[in-house]
Design a protein around this ligand. Sequence first.
Ligand code: LLP
Length: 439
Amino acid sequence: MHLYGTSAVSDRGHLTIGGVDTVQLSKEYGTALYVYDVAMIREKARAFRNAFEQENVHYQVAYASKAFSCIAMVQLADEEGLSLDVVSGGELYTALQAGFPAERIHFHGNNKSDAEIRMALDAKIGCFVVDNFYELALLEQLAEEKGVRANILLRITPGIEAHTHDYILTGQEDSKFGFDLQSGQVEEAIQSAEKKSTLKLLGLHCHIGSQIFETTGFVMAIDKIFQYLSTWYESFGFAPEVLNLGGGFGIRYTADDQPIPVGDYIAAMTHAVKRNLSEGMAMPEIWIEPGRSLVGEAGLTLYTVGSHKHVPELRNYLAVDGGMSDNLRPALYQAKYEAAIANRMNETRDHLYSVAGKCCESGDMLIWDCKLQRAISGDVMAVFSTGAYGYSMANNYNRLPKPAVVFVENGEASLVVKRESYEDLIHHDLPLKQAIISK
Ligand code: LLP
């Protein structure tokens, strides 16, 4: 059984995380429950930063908060010296409420609203990652209105798409994000941005995909961008101060996933940039935006095992008190996970189960066919590697309240997001108007 970070097995055969017994956590905070290993998040953040320090380049590591955003997580990112990538007014609001330094916030999104841009300008965030011509014009207008100058990166689609293990060079990139590199949109955007006194163009951004296990795709994207950059440098002297290469570094969900050390990505990226620099062109700052790789493996979800269903000759279903409402990824992407019975860690994993959620939908299956310890109702199940895009994609389908989130570190647990109550669920509901009832 693979255990992540500070997870271990206690003398009583219980799974522990951060020195805390998960069975105890389930009793104290209830299930379903998200639990994060804070030491592991710190370790991952430091690994990225150390890798850059070794390469001796100027850098920023921006945590892509879409992977998991709440006040405590944003504060942890700040403690670790990370910058922060936000993609909406909601993520920005969370960051500001957490007291995150605005100058280290980068604002993404392919359709930022007027109100979101105003909010970010008022907060004086560090940088807008401008996605399209509409936003370029809107940002210029709003910055002018407010009498401020906004730092920007232009998001480009380099025509390289990373599909986990293989890379496809697409002639015509078909993506809703960014300025298209091959059709001249990026050049047009650079020239237009450089003319605008209310915008300061820092450089370019690209993100080639997620859950990537090789360095090749990043290097291909860099090579591709520099084919254009060297021409632009020669013809109109454009050299980026910043090159943001996005996130997407792969993590382990199951034994099939074999992540490489983060230093390998950073070394490959910085070497590729250095190799491509035109004569006289200064080395840009390299920014990255890891989300999943910072928090994914650090999180697990605890559930209580409830009902069983045995379909003779076919399958043993084990149902837990959560499902696609707290982890949408299996239903949405057929994502695979591993699990264990947290109160029977020393028992043999010789029972084949399929783990079902409790939502009214046949597709609400967390894991198909996994070998677990023999489980009975009331046991605690841990599903591993749920730290990224679990809580952040949680929903209230079937009006299930969202689980609580607990951070553990050095043998101590602290609640960082309270469990939703039934009152929370109806908080925004309003009664049917009398006039409508009487019709
Ligand atoms: N930067 C940009 C511009 C992105 O679009 C993303 C992810 C990231 C950084 C962070 O990528 P990461 O390091 O986390 O792979 N809901 C999906 C993932 C969607 C990712 C969207 N963009 C999932 O659960 O797998």
